[in-house]
Design a protein around this ligand. Structure first.
Ligand code: GMT
Length: 381
């Protein structure tokens, strides 16, 4: 078979610390490594994007302020920048991550371009763009319109594809392409990280990584941990994408001050996963849950709520334990089981890593996106 021509691909994402931006950034890096020319478009440089890659360019969106506007507008400046980058660089594909407002801005950009200049539009849904905003009357119709007008729509789990069709009443096909993770070697050893955190040798290190939004149920996380009887057996590390200040009173109320360690807005999380023993997720909803996958690659099994797409990431109780949403006692029981039963925990960590390496690597997932791009380009406009 002839090798496929390298493509010019525009990627739109949120630059902040969050699953969709992290995934989009990793995808762009992997596409550049495979010979494609990649253009990132966002209001800030995505925080994990390298500055020195010859095949990656970053195009900032300048959000002007205007005295007439009570609220700043991002959609129109983004659409203008998307049209400009598409025509200046002859993009083949415009791949937007998170529908709101990226997919709508892309559709406006398309209508500003001559038909021959229009890249194919791929929209990847990441979760709350469907599960929260999709059912919101002020957003739902615009999201639905953008999905109907995209050349291809992907979702990061089958759960999210089904939810999108149900909540937004869209009948168009949605390709399921799971998230991936490309681990790098941490800068320091497990022991060094544990020492920096002040974790004693016999203590089990629990880790929670999130943006702390209400859907993550930090209240439930703290309740579950407070129910663990042997307080000396564990420490809980929270890597917080946002300020942890709103939860400090609850930590004190539950008497967890000396058990909880918080690190804010950490750029490089991998050394912490490699120092940790159990990954905790208490969300009310997750379309995929990238943090569980990141833990799996570091042999860190998870205890989580059985919600959304999580069962597609943890397919059996040999790779992680799931409990019913909102049940602090069951969460505590499963965490406790893995603290006490070190051998089971380590075996589960090894199985989790193997499962991740056979299902969710860049080498498996990135070609699925490439095939989708070539498939769309092969279709008549
Ligand atoms: O919820 C977050 O942590 C952020 C959010 C985002 O859009 O950045 O994450 C969503 O996308 C991630 C990457 O695909 C998924 O792993 C998360 O499960 C998903 N979050 C939700 O569905 C709540």
């Amino acid at each position: 078979m002839l090798p496929k021509t390298p493509l010019k691909i525009g990627i739109v994402c949120y630059p902040t610390i969050g699953g969709s931006g992290i995934l989009a950034t990793s995808l762009g890096i992997e596409l550049a490594l495979r010979g494609h020319e990649v253009h990132f478009i966002s209001y800030e440089r995505p925080f994990r994007l390298p500055t020195d890659h010859p095949s990656i360019q970053f195009h900032p969106v300048d959000i002007g302020t205007h005295e007439l506007f009570k609220y700043p507008d991002y959609t129109l400046p983004l659409s203008v920048k998307l049209a400009e980058v598409s025509s200046d660089h002859g993009l083949d594909i415009l791949h937007v991550h998170y529908a709101v407002p990226h997919a709508t801005a892309a559709i406006i950009a398309m209508s500003m371009l001559e038909p021959s200049q229009r890249p194919r539009l791929v929209t990847t849904l990441h979760g709350t763009d469907t599960t929260l905003l999709g059912s919101h009357p002020a957003y739902g119709p615009a999201i639905r319109h953008a999905l109907e007008r995209s050349d291809a729509v992907t979702a990061v789990s089958s759960y999210l594809a089904r939810e999108t069709q149900r909540l937004l009443n869209v009948s168009r096909p949605i390709d399921v392409i799971y998230n991936f993770f490309a681990p790098t070697s941490p800068d320091r050893s497990r022991q060094e990280s544990r020492e920096e955190l002040g974790v004693a040798d016999g203590e089990t290190l629990l880790i929670h990584v999130s943006n702390l939004r209400p859907i993550k149920r930090i209240d439930l996380l703290l309740q579950a941990v407070a129910l663990l009887e042997d307080r000396a057996s564990f420490r809980l590390l929270i890597l917080a994408g946002e300020s942890f200040a709103p939860f400090e009173a609850e930590v004190r109320r539950l008497g967890l001050e000396d058990r909880v360690i918080v690190r804010d807005r950490i750029q490089s999380v991998e050394e912490y996963y490699s120092a940790a023993d159990i990954c905790l997720v208490t969300s009310d909803s997750e379309s995929f849950c990238l943090t569980i996958l990141e833990g799996m690659f570091h042999e860190c099994p998870s205890v989580s709520t059985r919600v959304g797409g999580i069962p597609e990431v943890i397919r059996s109780d040999s790779t992680g334990l799931m409990v019913d949403s909102g049940d602090a006692e069951s969460l505590a029981a499963q965490i406790s089981e893995l603290i006490v039963n070190r051998e089971r925990r380590q075996e589960m960590g090894r199985a989790a890593k193997l499962f991740a390496e056979t299902h969710f690597t860049a080498d498996i997932i990135v070609p699925a996106y490439e095939s989708l791009y070539y498939r769309e380009l092969a279709k008549p406009r």
